[in-house]
Design a protein around this ligand. Structure first.
Ligand SMILES: Cc1ncc(C[n+]2csc(CCOP(=O)(O)OP(=O)(O)O)c2C)c(N)n1
Length: 641
């Protein structure tokens, strides 16, 4: 597939080439950059709207600042495609997010221009501040540090923590706030309102300067001056706080809002700010999806990461299945939650900025008063849920496995320790594919099962997900129910609800030679493996354990008394995960079976298709077959020897 960057873009290998160009050539560079992103992403997939929206911002930063000596940190990093193209990766950009190709996010190993690895949000100001303070300590006073953060990412607690620190640091830091009013879904919260107020109040900056000058003068004269000054100050502060002084009150010098699509103006403003010491914030207003007709027309959520599309029409390319497809797990979650909430008025829904991604949208539409998008704020989502649980509500708090890592202490300290009845639903458990190492849900089984009081479960299919969700509102406890990205296995998924006994698994296939114990949907691969094994004469039993905590110890006792060859399979890390739980139990109870654990190995797994990554990790159907044959072969040899 041939991708043709335009004439100017073709000449830019690195930002030093960009900086050779005349300022009046920059709009054309932006145009070509945008077209190249549209070309590649339409055919290869990936994040789309966010990168289009920062084309001018990216070009201006690399034009004005001396990157990579000046250090540029992206927040989340899904918007950094233009940055990748301008920093040595133009030719390999079509390999973006593909197995063994470049990563869809900035990554330190990939380029010296990627100063900080990202994928999770709201880290940029902390990281850039750390770099700025390090530069100061190393007496590199000419070095600049730029954090680019979206209005969505700015809703995360870490961003506020970093602003609070930076404001007293006197660090040479420029925060560029890329305000497009969008997260993946429309941005939420008071900060969003606040940024809108600043943006719409055109006279804000001029008024602010005049007012503060005036106050300075008044306070010097007349007996009532202090009184008048304080009254004016009070009135003005009210206006300012409403319309834009938040950053200044944190000791940042605030500039903007400016049009983030006027590249020449951005260059001028950034040059002015470059030479100004101390913490500064530049508020740029942009449009997500800018410069491509269909994505400018609306539905920015769809254009966040639309999949493949026909560039000329904007039609998303869908493969129409011949048979009715099983639903996505996230949709089963979304519909089931609405059904349960209709049955149980105590149920509420919580999502930290992922309504569409988790299908919490279904409940938000059906019961807007009982479903909450709290912004990119996983820690808050957990403790907010805990607060509601203290009052007898039953929150279903849906957080992607990888993002739940952010809220580990809140799960321990605010939920489990107080034995609160909350149902954490962990979407995207396991290998997620093209988003790669920052997004795989590798660790939740291990980090949840070590917490006292927790009930940790994973369904083998959609019906079991419904049953677990149903049971979780009936039985008090702090629950973690994890399920994967993508489609399930049951086209007829709307099964009647059945209560599951907590801490019980089930045998889904009888066998005599080897037992395969699984947690979650990998049980389906184990069933396929067992069928293949049968044709080789090996009879494998398969157990869907359902719960990793509490473990079904009665079932384990039965398995270990019947089998001396056991395989565990999970789509989570093998270190400390489900297999570890089984082995710990076996050791503690004096069983000496041979146990082979399959799962995600003890290293970070990059991006690729789920099939490629599962093969790399070694828990495909064939891997399970091979493990069983090896175990059975070695047992035969041991017996013969
Ligand atoms: C901790 C964390 N939670 C959730 C996400 C998922 N996520 C990726 S991009 C995004 C929206 C970011 O919005 P913004 O910073 O405004 O950037 P935009 O896409 O609008 O350019 C979200 C919620 C994430 N990357 N990290």
């Amino acid at each position: 597939m041939d991708f043709r960057p335009g004439d100017l873009l073709d000449k830019i290998e690195y930002p030093s080439d960009l900086r050779q160009m005349r300022e009046d050539q920059l709009p054309q560079v932006c145009d070509e950059l945008r077209q190249y992103i549209i070309d590649v992403v339409s055919k290869k997939g990936g994040h789309f709207g966010a990168s289009l929206g920062v084309v001018e911002l990216t070009t201006a930063v690399h034009y004005v600042f001396n990157t990579p000596y000046d250090q540029l940190v992206w927040d989340v990093g899904h918007q950094a495609y233009g940055h990748k193209i301008l920093t040595g990766r133009r030719k390999v950009f079509p390999t973006n997010r593909i197995y063994k190709g470049i990563s869809g996010f900035p990554k330190r190993k990939e380029s010296e221009y990627d100063t900080f690895g990202v994928g999770h949000s709201s880290t940029s100001i902390s990281a850039a501040l750390g770099m700025a303070v390090a530069s100061k300590l190393k007496a590199e006073d000419d070095r600049h540090h730029i954090a680019v953060i979206g209005d969505g990412a700015m809703t995360g607690g870490m961003a506020f923590e970093a602003l609070n620190h930076a404001g007293v640091s006197n660090a040479n830091l420029l925060v560029v706030l890329n305000d497009n009013c969008m997260s993946i879904d429309p941005n939420v919260g008071a900060l969003k309102q606040y940024l809108t107020d600043i943006t719409t109040s055109k006279t804000y900056n001029a008024m602010r300067d005049e007012v503060w000058n005036l106050l300075g003068h008044i306070s010097k004269f007349g007996p009532n001056a202090q009184d008048i000054a304080s009254k004016i100050e009070h009135g003005i502060k009210g206006t300012l706080l409403k319309s834009g002084n938040l950053f200044e009150s944190l000791n940042f010098r605030y500039f903007g809002p400016i049009d983030g699509h006027d590249v020449k103006h951005m260059v001028k403003v950034m040059r002015d700010l470059r030479d100004m010491p101390g913490p500064k914030i530049l508020h740029c207003v942009t449009m997500k999806g800018k410069g491509y007709g269909p994505s400018e027309k609306g539905n920015a959520t769809k254009w966040h990461a639309p999949g493949l599309f026909d560039k000329s029409t904007g039609e998303v390319i869908k493969v129409v299945p011949k048979e009715p497809e099983p639903p996505r797990y996230q949709d089963v979650f979304g519909h089931t939650l609405v059904e349960l909430a209709e049955l149980n008025e105590k149920i509420v829904g919580v999502t930290p900025a992922m309504p569409t991604g988790s299908s919490m949208t279904f409940m938000m539409e059906a019961m807007p008063d009982r479903a909450f998008d709290v912004g990119i704020a996983e820690q808050h989502a957990v403790t907010f849920s805990a607060g509601m649980a203290t009052q007898g509500l039953v929150p279903y708090c849906n957080i992607y496995s990888t993002f739940m890592q952010r809220a580990f202490d809140q799960v321990v300290h605010d939920a489990a320790l107080q034995d609160l009845h909350i149902v954490f639903c962990l979407d995207r458990g396991g290998l997620v594919g093209a988003d790669g190492a920052t997004h795989h849900g590798a660790f939740d089984i291990a980090y949840m099962r070590c917490i006292p009081n927790m009930i940790v479960a994973s369904p083998m299919n959609e019906g079991e997900l419904r049953d677990l969700m149903y049971t979780a509102q009936l039985r008090k406890g702090t629950w973690s129910i994890r399920y994967p990205r993508g489609n399930g296995v049951m086209p007829e998924w709307r099964t009647p609800f059945n209560e599951v006994t907590i801490g019980t698994g089930r045998c889904v296939r009888e066998g005599t030679d080897v037992a395969i114990l699984t947690l979650g949907p990998v049980g389906n691969s184990a069933l396929d493996a067992a069928k293949q094994l049968a044709s080789t004469g090996v009879q494998a039993a398969v157990y869907d354990m359902r719960f990793v905590k509490p473990l079904d110890t009665a079932l384990l006792a039965e398995v270990f008394s019947r089998f001396d060859r056991v395989i565990t399979v999970e789509d989570g890390c093998v270190m400390g995960g489900f297999g570890s739980a089984v082995v710990e139990w076996a050791m503690d109870n004096g069983h000496a079976a041979q146990v082979k654990r399959l799962g995600i190995p003890d290293r970070f797994i990059d991006h690729g298709s789920p099939a490629e990554l599962t093969a790399e990790c070694g828990f495909t159907t064939s891997d399970i077959v091979a493990a069983a044959l090896t175990l059975c072969g070695s047992a035969t040899k041991a017996a013969a020897g």
